[in-house]
Design a protein around this ligand. Structure first.
Ligand code: NCD
Length: 305
Protein backbone atom coordinates (compact mmCIF):
# COMPACT_ATOMS: atom_id res chain seq x y z
CA UNK A 1 0.00 0.00 0.00
CA UNK A 2 1.23 3.55 -0.75
CA UNK A 3 2.71 5.39 2.21
CA UNK A 4 1.89 8.95 1.22
CA UNK A 5 -0.79 10.54 3.44
CA UNK A 6 -1.31 7.31 5.33
CA UNK A 7 -2.42 7.11 8.98
CA UNK A 8 -0.27 4.94 11.24
CA UNK A 9 -2.67 3.51 13.82
CA UNK A 10 -1.84 -0.15 14.38
CA UNK A 11 1.11 -2.36 13.45
CA UNK A 12 -1.25 -4.76 11.70
CA UNK A 13 -1.89 -2.18 8.98
CA UNK A 14 1.69 -2.63 7.71
CA UNK A 15 2.67 -5.80 5.93
CA UNK A 16 6.04 -7.19 5.17
CA UNK A 17 6.51 -5.18 1.98
CA UNK A 18 5.59 -1.92 3.68
CA UNK A 19 8.09 -2.62 6.43
CA UNK A 20 10.91 -3.64 4.11
CA UNK A 21 10.38 -0.48 2.08
CA UNK A 22 10.49 1.59 5.27
CA UNK A 23 13.69 -0.13 6.42
CA UNK A 24 15.47 0.59 3.14
CA UNK A 25 14.66 4.29 3.49
CA UNK A 26 15.65 4.31 7.18
CA UNK A 27 18.98 2.80 6.20
CA UNK A 28 19.57 5.77 3.89
CA UNK A 29 18.41 8.21 6.56
CA UNK A 30 21.07 6.97 8.99
CA UNK A 31 23.60 9.05 7.05
CA UNK A 32 21.57 12.21 7.83
CA UNK A 33 20.50 11.44 11.42
CA UNK A 34 23.13 13.83 12.75
CA UNK A 35 22.99 16.36 9.97
CA UNK A 36 20.20 17.56 7.69
CA UNK A 37 18.32 16.52 4.65
CA UNK A 38 15.85 19.24 3.77
CA UNK A 39 13.15 17.14 2.18
CA UNK A 40 10.29 18.33 4.42
CA UNK A 41 11.03 22.05 4.37
CA UNK A 42 7.85 24.07 4.94
CA UNK A 43 5.99 21.15 6.57
CA UNK A 44 4.75 21.33 10.15
CA UNK A 45 4.42 18.36 12.49
CA UNK A 46 2.13 18.60 15.54
CA UNK A 47 3.06 16.43 18.52
CA UNK A 48 0.14 15.96 20.91
CA UNK A 49 1.36 14.01 23.91
CA UNK A 50 -1.30 13.59 26.59
CA UNK A 51 0.86 10.97 28.37
CA UNK A 52 4.57 11.04 29.44
CA UNK A 53 7.30 10.28 26.92
CA UNK A 54 11.00 10.94 26.42
CA UNK A 55 12.26 8.95 23.45
CA UNK A 56 9.19 8.76 21.27
CA UNK A 57 8.41 12.48 21.36
CA UNK A 58 12.00 13.69 21.15
CA UNK A 59 12.94 11.30 18.37
CA UNK A 60 9.90 12.40 16.33
CA UNK A 61 10.83 16.04 16.92
CA UNK A 62 14.50 15.44 16.07
CA UNK A 63 13.54 13.49 12.95
CA UNK A 64 11.27 16.30 11.71
CA UNK A 65 13.95 18.93 12.32
CA UNK A 66 16.66 16.88 10.61
CA UNK A 67 14.38 16.78 7.57
CA UNK A 68 14.07 20.55 7.58
CA UNK A 69 10.50 20.64 8.93
CA UNK A 70 9.01 22.48 11.89
CA UNK A 71 7.41 21.12 15.06
CA UNK A 72 4.59 22.46 17.26
CA UNK A 73 2.88 20.73 20.14
CA UNK A 74 2.74 19.88 23.79
CA UNK A 75 4.11 17.22 26.09
CA UNK A 76 1.26 16.97 28.59
CA UNK A 77 -2.28 18.34 28.88
CA UNK A 78 -1.03 20.96 31.39
CA UNK A 79 -0.92 24.36 29.74
CA UNK A 80 -3.39 23.41 26.99
CA UNK A 81 -7.12 24.09 26.80
CA UNK A 82 -7.74 20.47 27.86
CA UNK A 83 -7.37 21.98 31.35
CA UNK A 84 -10.33 24.27 30.63
CA UNK A 85 -12.42 21.29 29.58
CA UNK A 86 -11.79 21.27 25.82
CA UNK A 87 -12.57 17.88 24.33
CA UNK A 88 -9.94 15.68 22.69
CA UNK A 89 -11.85 15.95 19.41
CA UNK A 90 -11.72 19.76 19.42
CA UNK A 91 -7.99 19.78 20.23
CA UNK A 92 -7.36 17.44 17.30
CA UNK A 93 -9.51 19.62 15.00
CA UNK A 94 -7.32 22.60 15.81
CA UNK A 95 -4.05 20.76 15.27
CA UNK A 96 -5.44 19.53 11.97
CA UNK A 97 -6.02 23.15 10.97
CA UNK A 98 -2.42 24.09 11.81
CA UNK A 99 -0.22 21.14 10.88
CA UNK A 100 0.51 18.67 8.05
CA UNK A 101 0.72 15.60 10.28
CA UNK A 102 -0.28 14.84 13.88
CA UNK A 103 1.53 12.49 16.28
CA UNK A 104 -0.69 11.47 19.21
CA UNK A 105 -0.02 9.71 22.49
CA UNK A 106 -2.89 9.16 24.90
CA UNK A 107 -3.74 6.93 27.84
CA UNK A 108 -7.06 5.89 26.30
CA UNK A 109 -7.17 2.97 23.87
CA UNK A 110 -8.52 4.03 20.51
CA UNK A 111 -7.51 7.71 20.89
CA UNK A 112 -5.32 7.71 17.78
CA UNK A 113 -7.98 6.01 15.70
CA UNK A 114 -10.51 8.60 16.80
CA UNK A 115 -8.03 11.37 15.94
CA UNK A 116 -7.56 9.86 12.48
CA UNK A 117 -11.32 9.89 11.93
CA UNK A 118 -11.47 13.58 12.84
CA UNK A 119 -8.34 14.88 11.11
CA UNK A 120 -7.73 15.26 7.39
CA UNK A 121 -3.96 15.23 8.00
CA UNK A 122 -2.29 11.87 8.57
CA UNK A 123 -2.27 10.77 12.21
CA UNK A 124 0.54 8.72 13.73
CA UNK A 125 -0.17 6.73 16.89
CA UNK A 126 2.66 7.21 19.39
CA UNK A 127 1.01 4.93 21.96
CA UNK A 128 -2.63 4.57 23.04
CA UNK A 129 -3.27 2.97 26.42
CA UNK A 130 -2.22 -0.66 26.68
CA UNK A 131 -3.04 -1.44 23.06
CA UNK A 132 -0.80 -0.08 20.31
CA UNK A 133 2.56 1.55 19.69
CA UNK A 134 3.16 0.84 16.00
CA UNK A 135 6.18 3.09 15.41
CA UNK A 136 7.99 1.44 18.31
CA UNK A 137 7.39 -1.95 16.64
CA UNK A 138 8.75 -0.56 13.36
CA UNK A 139 11.84 0.60 15.23
CA UNK A 140 12.18 -2.74 17.02
CA UNK A 141 12.00 -4.74 13.81
CA UNK A 142 14.37 -2.30 12.13
CA UNK A 143 16.90 -2.87 14.93
CA UNK A 144 16.69 -6.65 14.35
CA UNK A 145 16.94 -6.20 10.57
CA UNK A 146 20.00 -3.95 10.96
CA UNK A 147 21.65 -6.30 13.44
CA UNK A 148 21.01 -9.66 11.78
CA UNK A 149 20.39 -8.57 8.18
CA UNK A 150 17.02 -10.37 8.28
CA UNK A 151 14.05 -11.09 10.51
CA UNK A 152 13.01 -14.46 9.11
CA UNK A 153 14.43 -17.36 11.05
CA UNK A 154 15.04 -15.46 14.29
CA UNK A 155 14.13 -16.92 17.68
CA UNK A 156 12.82 -14.07 19.79
CA UNK A 157 12.11 -14.11 23.51
CA UNK A 158 9.70 -11.47 24.84
CA UNK A 159 10.04 -11.09 28.58
CA UNK A 160 8.00 -9.20 31.13
CA UNK A 161 4.63 -7.53 31.27
CA UNK A 162 3.22 -9.09 28.13
CA UNK A 163 -0.32 -8.47 29.36
CA UNK A 164 -0.19 -4.68 29.59
CA UNK A 165 2.69 -3.52 27.35
CA UNK A 166 1.47 -1.91 24.13
CA UNK A 167 4.98 -2.23 22.70
CA UNK A 168 4.69 -6.02 22.99
CA UNK A 169 1.27 -6.09 21.39
CA UNK A 170 2.52 -4.09 18.40
CA UNK A 171 5.78 -6.06 18.26
CA UNK A 172 3.95 -9.39 18.02
CA UNK A 173 1.60 -7.99 15.36
CA UNK A 174 4.54 -6.80 13.26
CA UNK A 175 6.55 -9.99 13.73
CA UNK A 176 3.56 -12.03 12.56
CA UNK A 177 4.51 -10.87 9.02
CA UNK A 178 7.74 -12.87 9.25
CA UNK A 179 8.81 -16.44 9.84
CA UNK A 180 9.95 -16.23 13.48
CA UNK A 181 9.74 -18.36 16.63
CA UNK A 182 8.46 -16.56 19.71
CA UNK A 183 9.13 -17.43 23.35
CA UNK A 184 6.86 -15.42 25.63
CA UNK A 185 8.36 -15.30 29.11
CA UNK A 186 6.26 -13.90 31.96
CA UNK A 187 4.95 -14.60 35.44
CA UNK A 188 1.54 -16.18 35.08
CA UNK A 189 -0.45 -13.05 35.97
CA UNK A 190 1.27 -11.18 33.12
CA UNK A 191 0.64 -13.79 30.44
CA UNK A 192 -0.55 -12.58 27.03
CA UNK A 193 -4.12 -11.47 26.54
CA UNK A 194 -6.49 -13.77 24.65
CA UNK A 195 -6.53 -11.51 21.59
CA UNK A 196 -2.73 -11.76 21.29
CA UNK A 197 -2.85 -15.57 21.45
CA UNK A 198 -5.67 -15.55 18.89
CA UNK A 199 -3.66 -13.37 16.55
CA UNK A 200 -0.63 -15.67 16.73
CA UNK A 201 -2.83 -18.67 16.06
CA UNK A 202 -4.64 -17.00 13.17
CA UNK A 203 -1.36 -15.97 11.56
CA UNK A 204 0.37 -19.31 12.30
CA UNK A 205 3.14 -17.83 14.43
CA UNK A 206 5.17 -20.49 16.28
CA UNK A 207 5.12 -19.59 19.97
CA UNK A 208 5.46 -20.99 23.46
CA UNK A 209 4.63 -19.34 26.77
CA UNK A 210 6.92 -20.04 29.74
CA UNK A 211 7.33 -18.50 33.17
CA UNK A 212 11.10 -18.69 33.40
CA UNK A 213 13.80 -17.39 31.05
CA UNK A 214 16.29 -20.08 32.07
CA UNK A 215 14.29 -22.73 30.22
CA UNK A 216 14.65 -21.01 26.84
CA UNK A 217 17.57 -18.58 27.00
CA UNK A 218 19.89 -20.89 25.04
CA UNK A 219 17.59 -20.89 22.01
CA UNK A 220 17.26 -17.11 21.56
CA UNK A 221 18.77 -14.65 19.08
CA UNK A 222 16.90 -11.73 20.66
CA UNK A 223 15.62 -11.17 24.19
CA UNK A 224 13.12 -8.28 24.18
CA UNK A 225 12.42 -7.05 27.71
CA UNK A 226 9.68 -4.73 28.94
CA UNK A 227 9.10 -3.11 32.33
CA UNK A 228 6.06 -3.89 34.43
CA UNK A 229 3.52 -1.29 33.29
CA UNK A 230 2.63 -0.08 36.78
CA UNK A 231 0.26 2.63 35.53
CA UNK A 232 -1.93 0.08 33.71
CA UNK A 233 -2.76 -2.08 36.75
CA UNK A 234 -6.32 -1.76 37.98
CA UNK A 235 -5.35 -3.18 41.37
CA UNK A 236 -2.20 -1.77 43.09
CA UNK A 237 -1.94 -4.98 45.15
CA UNK A 238 -1.65 -6.98 41.97
CA UNK A 239 1.29 -4.78 40.97
CA UNK A 240 2.95 -5.29 44.37
CA UNK A 241 2.71 -9.05 43.88
CA UNK A 242 4.59 -9.11 40.56
CA UNK A 243 6.99 -6.21 41.17
CA UNK A 244 10.61 -7.31 40.78
CA UNK A 245 9.60 -10.78 39.57
CA UNK A 246 12.05 -10.91 36.63
CA UNK A 247 15.48 -9.49 35.91
CA UNK A 248 18.08 -9.91 33.18
CA UNK A 249 21.58 -10.38 34.58
CA UNK A 250 25.00 -11.14 33.04
CA UNK A 251 24.71 -14.55 34.70
CA UNK A 252 21.47 -15.32 32.81
CA UNK A 253 22.99 -14.08 29.52
CA UNK A 254 26.08 -16.25 29.99
CA UNK A 255 23.78 -19.23 29.28
CA UNK A 256 22.69 -17.69 25.97
CA UNK A 257 24.17 -17.64 22.48
CA UNK A 258 27.22 -15.38 22.06
CA UNK A 259 25.31 -13.10 19.65
CA UNK A 260 22.17 -12.86 21.82
CA UNK A 261 20.83 -9.31 21.51
CA UNK A 262 19.01 -7.79 24.49
CA UNK A 263 16.43 -5.19 23.45
CA UNK A 264 14.13 -2.94 25.50
CA UNK A 265 11.85 -0.09 24.37
CA UNK A 266 12.93 1.82 27.51
CA UNK A 267 12.42 3.24 30.07
CA UNK A 268 13.80 0.41 32.18
CA UNK A 269 13.19 0.29 35.89
CA UNK A 270 14.84 -2.75 37.49
CA UNK A 271 14.33 -5.50 34.92
CA UNK A 272 17.82 -5.18 33.38
CA UNK A 273 20.83 -5.22 35.68
CA UNK A 274 23.00 -2.18 34.71
CA UNK A 275 25.93 -4.63 34.61
CA UNK A 276 24.44 -5.89 31.33
CA UNK A 277 25.16 -2.47 29.73
CA UNK A 278 28.85 -3.22 29.35
CA UNK A 279 28.31 -6.68 27.81
CA UNK A 280 28.18 -7.19 24.02
CA UNK A 281 24.55 -8.26 24.47
CA UNK A 282 23.25 -4.78 25.33
CA UNK A 283 21.31 -3.55 22.29
CA UNK A 284 18.81 -1.16 23.89
CA UNK A 285 20.71 2.11 23.58
CA UNK A 286 21.47 1.56 19.92
CA UNK A 287 17.84 0.55 19.45
CA UNK A 288 16.72 3.88 20.95
CA UNK A 289 19.15 5.85 18.79
CA UNK A 290 17.83 4.17 15.62
CA UNK A 291 14.51 5.83 16.49
CA UNK A 292 15.65 8.99 14.72
CA UNK A 293 16.48 7.55 11.27
CA UNK A 294 13.48 5.22 11.45
CA UNK A 295 11.11 8.12 12.22
CA UNK A 296 12.83 10.26 9.58
CA UNK A 297 11.99 7.55 7.06
CA UNK A 298 8.42 7.30 8.33
CA UNK A 299 7.79 11.06 8.18
CA UNK A 300 9.41 11.30 4.78
CA UNK A 301 7.29 8.49 3.38
CA UNK A 302 4.04 9.83 4.83
CA UNK A 303 4.69 13.53 4.12
CA UNK A 304 7.31 13.75 1.36
CA UNK A 305 6.71 14.75 -2.23
C1 NCD B 1 7.15 2.53 25.86
C2 NCD B 1 5.73 3.05 25.91
O1 NCD B 1 5.51 4.25 26.11
O2 NCD B 1 4.86 2.24 25.72
N1 NCD B 1 8.10 3.55 25.82
C3 NCD B 1 8.54 3.98 24.58
O3 NCD B 1 7.79 4.55 23.82
N2 NCD B 1 9.80 3.67 24.24
C4 NCD B 1 7.47 1.49 26.83
C5 NCD B 1 7.17 1.68 28.28
O4 NCD B 1 6.70 2.74 28.70
O5 NCD B 1 7.42 0.72 29.02
Amino acid sequence: MAWRGRDVITALDFDRRDLEELFEVAREMEAYARSRRDVLRGKVLAVAFFEPSTRTRLSFETAMKRLGGEVVGFSGPEGTSAEKGETFADTIRMLDAYADCIVVRHRAEGAAKLAAEIAEAPVINAGDGASNHPTQAMLDLYTMWRTFGRIDGLSIGVMGDIRHARTVNSLIQSLSNFDVSLYLIAPETLYPRREVLDLMERRSVRYVVVDNAKEVIGKLDVLYVVRIQKERFLDPLEYERVKGSYRVTPELLSRGKPHLLVMHPLPRVDEIDPAVDSTPHAGYFRQASLGVPLRMALLYMVLGE
